[in-house]
Ligand binder design. Structure first.
Ligand SMILES: NC(=O)c1ccc[n+]([C@@H]2O[C@H](COP(=O)([O-])OP(=O)(O)OC[C@H]3O[C@@H](n4cnc5c(N)ncnc54)[C@H](O)[C@@H]3O)[C@@H](O)[C@H]2O)c1
Length: 133
């Protein structure tokens, strides 16, 4: 028996990156996951990649109380409850710690990051085409 068998989780910011990999590992350990993110198409893709009925995408902007209520309701309606929250969503700007010797140097920016790692604008919500087909 896996340690997360039967557990239901919401992971925010799980369309990609650390959140998506956390979702994958938690499903492997037996959990069922609501993948929450503002990147709808990427979120559905991630849920499909993880596969089975153990991961579903739900639009979740962590600044929206309505979206949180929707994600929690989705977990309860689908799997009967909610056990775990991984509140991972965020922007990592890669800023260094300022030290006085380098005070004249500008701090590192996101300029060197891949396009896919740059903060993304919030797209319009979409539904999973495979679910509506
Ligand atoms: N990668 C690193 O080295 C690092 C270091 C320290 C902390 N972190 C933190 O870890 C978390 C994940 O980092 P990552 O590298 O996977 O970043 P990432 O940019 O690849 O993923 C972050 C996800 O959060 C989502 N997101 C952003 N705003 C959101 C919102 N308002 N509501 C819902 N989702 C939102 C993005 O769409 C994205 O899918 C972030 O909070 C980041 O600040 C990352």
């Amino acid at each position: 028996m896996n340690r997360l068998d039967g557990k239901v989780a919401i992971i925010s910011g799980a369309a990609r990156g650390i959140g998506a990999e956390t979702a994958r590992l938690m499903v492997e350990a037996g959990a069922r996951i609501i993948i929450g993110d503002i990147l709808d198409e990427r979120g559905w893709e991630t849920a499909r990649d993880i596969g089975g009925d153990s991961a579903v995408f739900r639009h979740l902007d962590v600044t929206s109380e309505e979206d949180w209520n929707g994600a929690i309701s989705a977990a309860v309606a689908r799997w009967g409850g909610l056990d775990i929250l991984v509140n991972n969503a965020g922007l990592f700007l890669g800023k260094g710690i300022s030290i006085s010797r380098n005070a004249s140097k500008p701090p590192p920016t996101t300029a060197g990051r891949r396009q896919s790692e740059q903060p993304q604008p919030c797209p319009e919500p979409v539904t999973d085409p495979e679910e509506t087909a």
